[in-house]
Design a protein around this ligand. Structure first.
Ligand code: BGC
Length: 913
């Protein structure tokens, strides 16, 4: 008992998550998974066993009864993604859970505070109670129809849930108020395959007596549906209410009578913007007792269902994340005002205006300005990116659009009554509300700005899917970009749920017979099917979800689909084993490296053969599949893929490797980087190949990249992994064209699609100024300068490798990552006499800390940890708490440590005085 009490003081439950969310509504998997984080100041603390209780009521849970599930005491360190294995769950039910753990000494904690999860619909049939509804034809193609339904509650409601989906976008309103804070909801999917619905707790919106529900619909991505020509927006809803007298009510779309009307939104389109005529507002339309004008309102009709299965939207909804104030306002022409937000971001603006009725304020969004200071929208292609607000003319009017978003830094305001000030136009940052998990800062301001640009670029491209750009008429989930982008994204954001959802989007593009997937998911508008083999993100993303979050389920769920895609590519090879097709390859290299004349809508590399990239990435895919098969315990299939990989490696070396010159294919940077990164280069040739590679980068290109979207990542990674981190660092800090630093010097606040600074001319067709495929260097900051690397052998950060590279001219790095286990921090600082490394390791995690002792005499190095000498004369001498052992490995000293905060001081020249 005494001991147990002591343990409580040292260990507190920080976060109990179910399917990665805190107390989620809308679980629709029969076996949701549980994770917990614990904070403790204790060093070397970990879990020896756990016990989970799940109960139907809070009372049962409080008396330690797991009437739904009692896992019993389960030995082991697993503390993330533990699947529920109790009694079958019921739909629309809340369950309570808690957990206790046994620590490294075998002492039990007390139970955590209770958490809960609530199911939505566990079967498709439950949706049959309602139908999709849409406006009747008499409404003459409304842009954003509004629907209304009134109902009476005889008693006070004590529990109410709304389940709703509206295509393309919906806004749900009850008694005059918007429900929840989702915007641009639901997330985009191929609606013929799956449709996401949201769950809201609407108890507090309802009242005893008369109530009214309103729904507004926008076009969203539904307008670009591949199966229907200009489909009308539609929605489906079920609202379950329990009254205080126990009576239950259910209001649905379809069964109940709904009326619909044209609203004030005259036009809305994801790409083009929104036009809103406030004179057409119908005040009170979503309130009880509203008197409808029968000449305007019509009964809604049943719509053709979109066709897909209904899936609960568990991923973080798109929300307004924050406001940004303009940093500058100019007036390049009379009556025209240009607001500069100082940052390229995605979202819209909130307009505050007062003026005569009918005044039309036009807002044009852009990433660029012309010389004369007006906005340059050329790179948006056909996207009009223009919002229009027409004033009702009564007092102060506040407007923000509902069913569009833009990627922009500047907004040009025309027709504003008077002279606008900073308060009149406020930027609203809008994206999937995923958590920022990474932080990186160092003593080099160029690197800091590159990281900041990369962060914003990724942030601006998270809208229910990972888009390629947020501004032009595209915004698609390109799989080729994601092959290189995913790792950097995972170092910056928690993408467990967003990527899990996007994996379904990819699966939905897969041909069930051939196994081919498409270049973009959801598949529409651009991209082809079968996808370019550079779409290896289909395998890499689930693998990274496994590595970063310990998510094994994603591997199980997609294993067959991944096998089919690899089988498809296997069939596409010629007799030499080479994958014989490529569309994009190492896409969008610096202009001199691109196929002449391909600078407009195409940007194929002239120096790196597409089939080489296709074949290498196919090889990468097989390696990943072999690893996945291993995790899933499919030994035979693992062997099969290892054999295939070996054959592929031989083919690549036979066809593309010149033994004389030690060159791969054309000897471009990407041609060296891929075989080195993938371990294709025969051991005996490695040194020569590396020499050529480094010569290409250092001598020939004077420490510049000559790569497209694929090569830029692998050049940096291959150099680093081959012992040339200094060359990678030179590329990262380069400031002349082409480089990331060049973008910074030109004033970029996000990463461009092209290495050139393009503002007009033929290249403008493909010159997004916010393109995450070129923001991949961010991963390198975290894993190389910060040195935080997940250990694949213990996925979900059971073990982390801390291995910072310390460049000569960098004084400090401060880097951290919030992981599924807690915050990992790796910071270092150089002073003339020492290197100080600060490391934070969360509970239940072990770390291998690599202290670089590069070219120093290991014998002379002394390491202190919190004032106690732990390394001296080439040996680990310490007995510091939390440190298990230390030994020299090559030119590093490797310390194995457990949870806790550590400060290591390294004295290169021997003991300090
Ligand atoms: C996209 C790129 C993508 C490319 C492939 C472009 O339009 O923006 O991100 O890699 O197409 O063709």
């Amino acid at each position: 008992m005494g001991k147990n009490l002591k343990l409580q003081c040292f260990l507190s439950f920080e976060q109990l998550l179910c399917e990665y969310r805190l107390n989620p509504l809308g679980i629709d998997t029969p076996c949701p998974r549980f994770s917990w984080k614990i904070s403790t100041p204790r060093r070397g603390s970990y879990q020896k066993a756990y016990q989970i209780l799940v109960a139907r009521t809070l009372e049962a849970l409080q008396s330690d009864t797991g009437d739904m599930w009692d896992s019993g005491k389960v030995e082991g360190r697993a503390s993330t993604n533990i699947p529920y294995a109790g009694e079958p769950l019921q739909s629309r039910t809340r369950y309570y859970w808690k957990v206790r753990v046994w620590n490294e000494e075998g002492l039990p904690s007390s139970y955590s505070a209770p958490a809960w999860f609530e199911t939505a619909f566990l079967t498709q049939e439950e949706w049959e109670k309602s139908v999709w509804i849409t406006p009747p034809v008499v409404l003459e193609r409304p842009s954003a129809p509004m629907f209304r339904k009134e109902f009476f509650l005889e008693k006070k409601p004590i529990r109410a849930r709304a389940y709703i989906s509206g295509l393309g976008y919906y806004e749900l309103r009850i008694n005059g108020e918007k429900v929840g804070d989702h915007v641009l909801d639901p997330a985009w999917t191929d609606y013929t395959k799956r449709v996401l619905y949201a769950t809201y707790d609407v108890t507090s919106y309802l009242r005893e007596g008369l109530n009214a529900i309103g729904v507004i619909l926008g076009n969203g991505w539904f307008a670009y549906s591949q199966t229907m020509m200009h489909p009308l927006p539609q929605f489906i809803l079920q609202l379950y209410i329990t009254l205080e007298n126990g009576v239950k009510k259910c209001i649905t779309s379809g069964r109940d009578f709904w009326v619909t009307v044209n609203g004030p939104i005259l036009e809305n389109s994801v790409y083009n913007g929104e036009t809103y005529d406030a004179r057409l507002e119908k005040p009170g339309w979503d309130m009880p007792g509203y008197r409808m004008d029968p000449s305007e309102w019509f009964p809604s009709i049943i719509a053709e269902p979109p066709g897909g299965i209904m899936v609960s939207q568990i991923l973080e909804p798109i929300k307004v994340i924050k406001d940004i104030e303009p940093v500058n306002i100019t007036s390049p022409k009379p009556g025209i005002y240009v607001f500069d937000f100082g940052q390229n971001f995605s979202g819209w603006v909130r307009l505050t205006v007062r003026g005569p009725r009918g005044t039309k304020v036009t807002m044009r969004f852009a990433e660029l300005l012309y010389e004369d200071g007006t906005v340059n929208q050329e790179n948006l292609r056909t996207a009009k990116a223009t919002d229009v607000y027409i004033l009702r003319g009564e007092g102060v009017e506040i407007y923000e659009p509902r069913f569009t978003y833009h990627g922009f830094r500047y907004v040009q305001v025309e027709g504003f009554p008077g002279k606008p000030t900073h308060e009149n136009v406020i930027g609203r940052v809008v994206r999937s509300s995923v958590e920022q998990v990474g932080n990186f800062r160092c003593s080099n301001e160029i690197l800091n700005k590159i990281q900041q640009n990369a962060f914003w670029t990724e942030a601006n491209n998270l809208h229910g899917i990972p888009t390629d750009c947020p501004q032009r008429d595209e915004r698609l989930g390109w799989l080729n970009d994601m092959t290189v982008r995913a790792e950097a994204a995972l170092y910056n954001f928690n993408l467990a749920l967003l990527y899990t959802k996007w994996m379904d989007d990819i699966k939905d593009t897969q041909d069930p017979i051939t196994g081919a997937i498409a270049d973009t998911a959801p598949f529409r508008r651009y991209g082809r099917k079968p996808a370019d083999p550079v779409a290896m993100s289909y395998l890499l993303v689930p693998w990274l979800l496994y590595v970063f979050y310990g998510d094994r389920r994603i591997l199980e769920k997609h294993y067959e689909g991944l096998r089919q895609w690899i089988a498809y590519l296997e069939k596409s090879r010629d007799e030499n084993g080479i994958v014989q097709y490529s569309y994009y390859g190492d896409w969008a290299p610096p202009l001199p490296e691109a196929v002449p004349g391909s600078i407009g809508a195409s940007a194929v590399s002239a120096t790196t053969p597409g089939t080489f990239v296709s074949t290498c990435l196919f090889y990468y895919g097989i390696l990943l599949l072999a690893k996945i098969a291993k995790v899933l315990g499919k030994k035979e299939e693992e062997d099969e893929y290892i054999t295939l990989a070996t054959r592929m490696k031989e083919s690549i070396n036979r066809i593309f490797f010149d033994r004389e010159t030690k060159k791969y294919a054309t000897g471009s940077q990407t041609c060296y980087a891929l075989p080195l990164f993938l371990g294709i280069v025969p051991e005996r040739d490695r040194e020569d190949v590396l020499k050529n590679f480094v010569e290409e980068v250092v001598e020939k290109r004077k420490r510049h990249l000559a790569t497209g979207n694929i090569g830029s990542k692998y050049v940096v990674d291959a150099l680093t992994e081959s012992g040339f981190a200094d060359v990678a660092y030179a590329l990262a800090t380069q400031t002349t064209y082409p480089s990331w630093g060049y973008m910074v010097v030109q004033g970029a606040t996000t990463t461009w699609e092209r290495w050139e600074y393009v503002t007009s001319g033929p290249q403008i067709q493909m010159a997004s100024h916010c393109h995450p495929m070129n923001a991949t260097i961010s991963a390198w900051f975290f894993k190389t300068l910060g040195g935080i690397i997940p250990d694949e052998k213990e996925p979900g950060f059971g073990c982390v490798i801390i291995k910072p590279y310390i460049p000569e001219d960098l004084d400090f790095v401060d880097c951290s990552l919030k992981t599924v286990k807690g915050l990992i921090r790796s910071s270092w600082r150089k002073t003339p006499d020492r290197l100080t490394v600060n490391v934070t390791i969360p509970w239940n995690v072990t770390a291998q800390v690599h202290i670089p002792a590069d070219q120093r005499n290991l014998q002379a190095v002394t390491i202190k940890e919190s004032d106690c000498i732990i390394w001296k004369k080439g040996h680990y001498v310490g007995n510091a708490s939390g440190i298990r052992r230390g030994n020299a490995q090559g030119s590093s000293i490797v310390l194995e440590i457990g949870s806790g905060d550590y400060q290591f001081e390294i004295f290169w020249g021997g003991e300090d005085q």
